[in-house]
Design a binder for this molecule. Structure first.
Ligand code: PSU
Ligand code: MN
Length: 310
């Protein structure tokens, strides 16, 4: 049984052993509005190609796990309504029922591991939500980072999350959280929210080497690379903090729970910032795609040097 279908472009890269960067689809269906979502998805793919790697956007369509989407599939998904948001818990159920679903960070990592793709670029990961001591809302993304050997490049964790608690859980799970080019933990729209990252690495090559050494040591799981948004695109934390507080209060007042929490907050913050959060979001994803392609190239070169299989 073949578990997934690779697009022609991704199939060629897998066969040739050339660099590949996985991309999630929940950011398209639940993270950004139409039509900016499609434009972002295409630009991210092009950025990865310009960086010398092959983009592999991942989604479940009609029960089939697709690794690499055609432009038609991307277009359809970006406009589709009522697409499921898939994580570790429901990915196989969606496939068994012939459903269509977008992959979160967790589900994208599962697919990447399956295809032997070691690098994945996105915007933000899920984490420990504010008030988690009451709601127990901790994203399955964190557990996945502890299990699947994929280096995930994100712009840190969004400040809608409880960042110190997110760092604690990552540490408990044995996941390295690595800030790039600075000591502070990037906070998505902002370069910092005043928290220090546990680790710092400035070179893509070192990050690739650390992933290979992790595997050589027999440690499961991946790495979280927290790449700060470029200065010119950042919205300072002092501006974001009251907006995030307002959005969080609105979510509470409307009784938003479970899977709806992250998409609701993103949409509300988009409204409250009059679209500025989306512009920043797109800029940081492109920045992560650029760095992800670099890490994927280094990973390929190192595997060759160390004579490791893909
Ligand atoms: N953060 C964003 N945009 C997103 C998400 C997170 O800035 O689209 C999505 C990702 O797919 C992530 C998921 O894996 O939300 C986390 O959802 P939850 O908190 O329900 O695990
Ligand atoms: Mn959750």
């Amino acid at each position: 049984m073949t578990l997934y279908t690779a697009s022609p472009e991704v199939r060629a890269a897998l066969d040739a052993g050339t660099p590949i960067v996985a991309l999630e689809s929940t950011i398209i269906t639940h993270g950004m509005p139409w039509p900016q979502n499609l434009e972002m998805a295409r630009r991210v793919e092009d950025t990865i190609r310009e960086g010398g790697a092959t983009p592999a956007t991942i989604a479940v369509i009609g029960g089939t796990l697709h690794i690499g989407l055609t432009d038609d599939q991307l277009h359809t998904l970006a406009q589709a309504k009522n697409v499921a948001k898939l994580s570790r818990a429901d990915m196989a159920v969606c496939m068994a029922q012939g459903g269509t679903g977008a992959t979160t960070v967790a589900a994208t990592m599962i697919a990447a591991r399956l295809a032997g793709i070691g690098v994945f670029a996105t915007g933000g990961i899920g984490g420990v939500h504010k008030g988690a001591e009451e709601s127990f809302d901790v994203s399955a993304d964190l557990q996945e980072l502890a299990q699947s050997p994929v280096t995930v490049i994100a712009a840190g964790a969004k400040a809608i999350l409880d960042l110190p608690k997110t760092l604690e859980v990552l540490e408990t799970l044995g996941v390295p959280t690595i800030a790039v080019g600075q000591d502070a933990l990037p906070a998505f729209w902002s370069r910092s929210a005043g928290h220090k990252a546990p680790l710092r690495m400035d070179e893509a090559k070192d990050i690739a080497r650390a992933q290979l050494l992790r595997q050589a040591l027999g440690l499961p799981g991946g790495q979280l690379v927290a790449n700060p948004i470029p200065e010119s695109d950042e919205i300072p934390h002092a501006v974001m903090a009251p907006i995030i507080a307002q959005a969080t209060a609105d979510a509470e007042a409307h009784g938003i729970r479970g899977k709806q929490v992250t998409p609701y907050l993103l949409q509300r913050i988009y409204e409250l910032t009059e679209g500025r959060s989306l512009t920043a979001n797109i800029a940081l994803v492109l920045n992560n795609a650029r760095f992800g392609a670099k890490i994927a190239c280094e990973l390929c070169a190192l595997r060759e040097e160390m004579k490791l299989p893909a």
